[in-house]
Write a new protein. Structure first.
Lengths: 108, 108
DNA sequence: GCGATCGTCAACCGAATGGTTGAATATCCT
DNA sequence: AGGATATTCAACCATTCGGTTGACGATCGC
């Protein structure tokens, strides 16, 4: 379900939601567990999760009284594809970056 | 100047601003020319442009009474790099490409 | 100098956003 | 059955957002 770019970018614009996504990247989690590291109410996190779900960035599946959340990279890919039109972005190459910095420092 | 992901994603979440970016991708333009295709006031476009500029997505340079705007892909790369952590997105993905083309046509 | 053009500023407006709290619903456990 | 746990709902609040309009300061061309 490819949600609109409006919803995707808007969902990604909030730091709490981006942090939730990185959390979920490591492991699927229940709502309560997602909320644990944050200093805000459970209801607030629940809202953030439904924003993410609405944007297609996560999928939620209820098993019993627990609702499991997992990242769905498809929506992110849609946004990523849109951005591709603005340039050929190279994947982060930390080794290359380090080498470049070192070389730059040597030459200065 | 890499602006925060908050500002970048937030700027990209508005369809008018994304449309402005695709406009500027084809050619650098003055504020009035950017505003021409839109059915909203010049002041509104001026605000959108300053949001984009604030996010680092465009650069503006004043020459005389005309302010020229051009895309700056660096900020987009920052957002792109963040997303990169969520999967190895394939640039040859046809669905994404098709979506991008469709969007571009819609916005022109 | 004067009128036209370019762009921003300031004040305002309605709607959306991000948060709170307290009650409600549904499920699990014993 | 009854109590604890998981999650959402509903109402509310302050702030931000996207838009308008009208006035304003610069700058250009004649």
């Amino acid at each position: 379900m490819a949600a609109s770019l409006d919803l995707i970018f808007s969902a990604l614009s909030d730091p709490t939601r981006r942090q939730i996504l990185t959390l979920l990247l490591e492991d699927d989690m229940a709502v309560t567990d997602v909320a644990e590291p944050f200093e805000m109410s459970l209801a607030a996190i629940s809202k953030h999760l439904s924003v993410l779900s609405n944007a297609g960035l996560i999928q939620q599946e209820r098993r019993g009284r627990v609702k499991w959340c997992k990242v769905d990279p498809d929506a992110m890919q849609a946004a990523w594809a849109w951005m591709q039109g603005f340039g050929h972005f190279n994947p982060l190459d930390l080794d290359g970056l380090e080498a470049h910095i070192e070389k730059t420092l040597q030459n200065s």
